[in-house]
Ligand binder design. Structure first.
Ligand SMILES: O=C(O)CCC(=O)C(=O)O
Length: 297
């Protein structure tokens, strides 16, 4: 299987990727763009130290059954907060780049750490993020996620796989698979016959920006290598969800200069992040009314 191209874009004096019309066209055509080393080694090291062995992260982490006997372990929050995870999600080079790719002001929809541990990490089934965000009252797919590799990702530790150009299929119906929202059946098979699946092999600090209708998945991690990643999801400000739900409705994103990131300390407070709990997931209840009760068991 081929890998996603790591596009060496230039940087401006503040470290923001320079998106040429060519790279914007690439995002529009493929549905994603992989920018190498968006976080530098110092920023990455603070991020890593902050989230590893963190009692708040441990307390709010949950697992989503992958339908294949393992759980995909996640911690998710709706408000950025002021620790390094919040500062990265509010930084010019992350949020500002997403604004350029989505073509307008964005706000923070939520962020999460996906903790795919060595030997035990669960899979994520084929899905589009907008496949279930749709049920959250988001009327347009003007939404996107940036996947920032904390650890190196490769085919054996369950790197992300993306289907090039699949955002052009529009939103596809999802069903409940394990405790996840996923795509299966004939439509999936036909799309996979026609479009190319690429694996996103990433170095720590690399960032993959992708559109909310890009189909993606990742395999279980049976290797010796941990695969943790930090994902920030954004919604365009003019696409404020029409219902209250378990993720954020519009609130202005207070962007910060990139230079703020390296000023963060691993001991910074994680207060005010509005951590998510699985029982609140209305997108899954839309797919299966029993979901909430199942999560309480
Ligand atoms: O981290 C992964 O492997 C997949 C994450 C993902 O697809 C998601 O959270 O929507």
């Amino acid at each position: 299987m081929q890998s996603v191209e790591r596009v060496s874009v230039g940087r401006d004096k503040d470290g923001n990727p320079i998106l040429t019309s060519e790279s914007l066209e690439k995002f529009a055509d493929d549905g994603f763009i992989l920018i190498p080393h968006l976080l530098d080694p110092e920023e990455l090291s603070i991020l890593k130290t902050t989230v590893e062995n963190n009692e708040v992260v441990k307390k709010h982490a949950y697992g989503r059954n992958d339908g294949q006997g393992r759980k995909a372990k996640v911690v998710l929050w709706n408000r950025p907060g002021t620790d390094i995870t919040g500062i990265i999600s509010r930084s010019e080079k992350v949020a500002g780049t997403m604004e350029k790719l989505l073509g307008g002001e964005v706000y923070h929809y939520h962020s999460k750490i996906i903790m795919k541990d060595a030997h035990t990490g669960g899979m994520h089934v084929w899905h589009q993020d907008y496949g279930y965000w749709y049920s959250n009252g988001c009327l347009f797919p003007d939404m996107g996620t940036v996947f920032i590799a904390i650890d190196r990702t490769h085919k054996d530790n369950g790197c992300l796989k993306v289907v090039k150009g699949s955002h052009k299929c529009g939103r596809i119906d999802h069903t409940r698979i394990g405790d996840q929202a996923g795509i299966e059946g004939e439509r999936l098979d036909e799309i996979l016959k026609r479009l190319t699946v690429l694996q996103a092999e990433m170095e720590p600090g690399d960032a993959l920006f992708f559109h909310s209708n890009v189909m993606h998945r990742s395999e279980q991690n049976s290797s010796n290598d941990r695969r943790w990643a930090f994902l920030c999801a954004y919604n365009r400000a003019d696409n404020n969800p029409v219902i209250e739900h378990h993720h954020a409705r519009y609130f202005p994103l207070e962007k910060v200069p990139n230079s703020r990131i390296s000023l963060c300390k691993p001991t910074d407070s994680m207060d005010g992040k509005d951590f998510f709990s699985l029982v609140d997931d209305v997108s899954m209840v839309a797919l299966d009314p029993n979901f909430k009760e199942d999560m309480k068991k």
